[in-house]
Design a protein around this ligand. Sequence first.
Ligand code: UDX
Ligand code: ADP
Length: 465
Amino acid sequence: MKKITKICCIGAGYVGGPTMSVIANKCPHIAVTVVDINEDRIAQWNTPNLDNLPIYEPGLKEIIRESRGKNLFFSTDVDKAIDEAQMIFISVNTPTKTYGKGKGQAADLKFVELCARNIAKVAKEDKIVVEKSTLPVRTAEAIKNILDHTGNGVVFEILSNPEFLAEGTAIDDLLNADRVLIGGDDTPAGKAAKNALSDIYENWLPKERILQTNVWSSELSKLVANAFLAQRVSSINSISALCEKTDANIAEISRAIGFDSRIGPKFLNASVGFGGSCFQKDILNLVYIARSFGLKEVADYWEQVIIMNDYQKRRFADHIIQSLYNTVSGKKIVLYGWAFKKDTNDTRESAAIHIADALMDERAEIVVYDPKVSEERIYADLDYLETRTPDENRTLLKVVSNPMEASREAHGIAVVTEWDEFKSYDWTKIYELMLKPAFIFDGRRILDTQNMRQIGFNYYKIGEA
Ligand code: UDX
Ligand code: ADP
């Protein structure tokens, strides 16, 4: 296997952008080109003002500043980058299907397939193709099939190298990865390809953390890792509902069980429900695969994690409605936060979308403030639901840029994203601006109960009576 000196990554999104930036930064001897068919996106990655990068990740800007133009390039010339690279990462989006067989569950692989066909068309020399997108099990096989049957006699080795980066900490997750998973064939050529990719990561990670497996184990591990993490959130959220009916406190329970070293303290924060592009999609994929093999009990078991998550979002919205005397019609309710978690501008599957939608069904007047999410994004999220017309969405929901002003004459404020800045607001001032009784619904448990009640708020914290 020749030494890798040129990498191409197809797809300049949340996965491709940061991953390739870190690889370029840590491997100055490799030229990395990230390509995308979306011209605006590439223009944004090439922006002279690094505050205008298409995604916000702490630490990303600094890395781009160091490497862009040296050995890191963003381009729309997909074919040229494929032609020149010895290793090609596929990092395009794989949304849940919205049509046909597997609708609402299976991953839509059309973008991945188009990439594979494009690679087959352009490649004139042997290449390693790495699947980086979140994919259902057996995608590598499908990619291989397309490449082998439509290519120009070129030999392709297919690897699975799932990403485990969490948004908001993507750069740190890449620099200090718990592990890197590389799946590939056990043939001599497959092993050589795995080693070639391992060599890249070994530029900054200890070899012990780079695990080589067969392709299917690697693909399935990704889904299972996310399913286990989501399951922890759903488990603690289910208990939060029970805590609200008793005098038990969810924070005390999380702490008590987290001290058991077999359980561990992470991912035990009760919340309005998990969001993000991965958890729901990956579990749906797992459910779909299990069901397609006739494993009904397995499918039902994992599906329950999503059912519990939907319940938690609905329960939070219902609690707001009940607290406001069973009617929110015409009442101003402020949502602090729209992103699916703090430190990201990503809103995919964010709990906020469903909470707003449920409140809008009751004709509440919603005002949203989020430090990083744009107005266009918020309306696009609502329009995508197709619950009501775009005009109705824009009448019932307003997006504002001043959080203090937003609270003026509001009946209630719901904290749906755990942005740090919410903790340091002048809550006494907010109380004065709001209508009385003033309600706070803390879906992220970030405010101090005693302090909020002292100010005079009717304060509800998820997981506490
Ligand atoms: C996740 C995985 O962590 C990552 O390894 C994978 O590659 C992609 O999916 P991400 O979606 O970016 O990453 O976010 P994550 O930090 O895992 O949070 C997911 C959701 O769960 C968020 O909405 C978060 O607010 C919620 N969450 C997380 C909780 O509600 N409670 C917790 O204790 C932890
Ligand atoms: P992820 O979170 O998986 O990174 P994103 O939606 O943020 O997903 O990014 C995926 C990117 O892949 C998008 O910018 C999209 O334009 C790009 N893309 C999809 N199909 C192709 C293709 N055939 N060739 C090049 N880029 C593609």
